[in-house]
Design a protein around this ligand. Sequence first.
Ligand code: ZN
Length: 185
Amino acid sequence: MDKDKIKQGVRLLLEGIGEDTDREGLIDTPDRIARMYEEIFAGLNQDASEPLSKVFTAQNTDMIIEKDITFYSMCEHHLLPFYGKAHIAYIPNGKVAGLSKLARTVEVFARRPQLQERMTVQIAEALMEELDAAGSMVILEAEHMCMTMRGIKKPGSRTVTIASKGRFADDAELRQTFISIAGVK
Ligand code: ZN
C-alpha cells in the first residue's frame, strides 16, 4: 500500500470540501487515515486460501454452520462502512476447516473496497474451492452507511444477500433449514 498517495489524497479531499488542512484537528488526519487504511483494507493483500488451508479430515456429511460472525467492510461506491453479520454453512466432503478460520475468511473479503453482493458470493465460492465442499451457503445482513447516513433508508434497515452453491443451490429444503437456524427474518 502506498501511504504517501493516501495522505496526498486525503489532503486533496479536505481541501476540496473547503477545509483548512493545517488546522490542529486535521493536521494529522491524512497520516491517521493512511495507517487506518492499512488495517481496514488489509484483505486486498490476502487470499482466502490462507485461512482455509488448515483443514482436518472428517467424515460428517451434515452441514456445518457458523453464524453471527460480525464483519465491517467498506462500500466501494462511497467508501463508507457497511457492517453486520455473516452466517455461513457448508457441507463437508471429507475436509473441515477450523471454526475460527471461517470468521477469518469473512474478514479477508470484508477488508477491501467491496460490494455486499460480491462478498457473499466470494465467501461461498471460497468454501467450495478451498474445502472441496459439497455445498455452501452464505447470508450477509448489513447496514450501509451510504444509505442510512444520507437518509435514503431509515437507520437500522438491513440489506440481506444470499449465495448458495452445490447442494444448497439444488435443494430448497436445505436452504430453508439453514435460513431458520441462522435466524434471518
Ligand atoms: Zn455505498
